[in-house]
Design a protein around this ligand. Structure first.
Ligand code: SAM
Length: 272
């Protein structure tokens, strides 16, 4: 099977996406204002089915190039076919066919934590920034994922990333139904009737967030968690060290939904 097949299978199977991807994208980009994409040249590194390439194009960049190593580029091409500013390439983040300082903005959503060496992937992308350009990343956090690391990760590592994808899909559907029932029966009433109790429930921000995106996204998210061969959980300190190693300034980091990091930095205009 292999890792490339896992991503190709995932994005060709879950090629649709929830309609609220533009607001989702704007939220992940915070505090960057996506209106600033207007007229710029942007890279979507690890674009999957192109859902965020498409969301970015809505903000009027001169060009947004989605790159992915897997067969998912077929879904990304279909999902962006009507957009004149979008282009999709198949390629590896570690050896992209762009010279240094090619982009006004690079974003990389949900990809670095699946690379064999996430730090090297980040540094490779940072080299593509023009002076004054920004990079925005979103990664799984170590902080807030203790339950996932303890109970789900062994299942992913030893079972669900190894069995045929049809079996992983079935396991994902069963997990999604269980989570849907859990949130409907416990989290939803607690949120409505007793917010103090809701706030004490495990992973309440995250579970409420994926529940609010609908069952299809919950099912897709379960598959996305259970199928990858590689998965890292990165700490605040890891990310601080990456941005420092890349020589980036104006670094801003925030915890999203209690279990992930969104982070941004800028290549200084004058280096040295
Ligand atoms: C969880 S998906 C995220 C996709 C997309 N950014 C999104 O959030 O919808 C991770 C993606 O990274 C891609 N990927 C993994 N390693 C890569 C690499 N070395 N170079 C390019 N893409 C890679 C996978 O093929 C997969 O589509």
């Amino acid at each position: 099977m292999g890792e490339l097949d896992s991503w190709g299978y995932q994005w060709l199977t879950f090629s649709d996406f929830a309609p609220q991807m533009e607001s989702e994208f704007a939220d992940i980009m915070q505090p960057f204002d996506p209106e600033e994409f207007a007229g710029s040249r942007v890279l979507d590194a690890g674009c999957g089915n192109g859902r965020f390439t498409r969301a970015c194009a809505a903000f009027g960049p001169r060009a947004v190039i989605g790159v992915d190593r897997s067969r998912s580029v077929a879904a990304a091409r279909t999902n962006t076919a009507d957009l004149s500013s979008a282009a999709i390439l198949q390629g590896d983040i570690m050896s992209l066919p762009f010279p240094p300082a090619s982009f006004d903005h690079v974003f990389c959503i949900g990809v670095l934590h699946h690379l064999p060496d996430p730090r090297e992937g980040f540094l490779a992308l940072a080299r593509l920034l023009k002076p004054g350009a920004k990079i925005s990343i979103w990664v799984y956090a170590q902080e807030g994922n203790e339950l996932i690391i303890r109970f789900f990760e062994p299942v992913r590592k030893h079972i669900s990333s190894k069995v045929p994808w049809g079996a992983t899909k079935l396991l994902s559907a069963l997990s999604a139904v269980a989570l849907w029932l859990l949130v409907t029966v416990i989290y939803l009433p607690a949120r409505a009737l007793c917010p103090a109790v809701f706030c004490r429930l495990p992973m309440h921000d995250y579970l409420w967030y994926i529940y609010s995106l609908g069952f299809y996204t919950l099912y897709h998210t379960a598959f996305d968690k259970l199928s990858p061969e590689l998965c890292a959980f990165l700490s605040h300190d890891d990310l601080c060290a990456w941005f420092a190693a890349a020589g980036l300034s104006e670094v801003v980091m925030s915890h999203r939904n209690g279990n992930s990091w969104r982070a941004q930095g800028r290549r200084p205009v004058c280096e040295g």
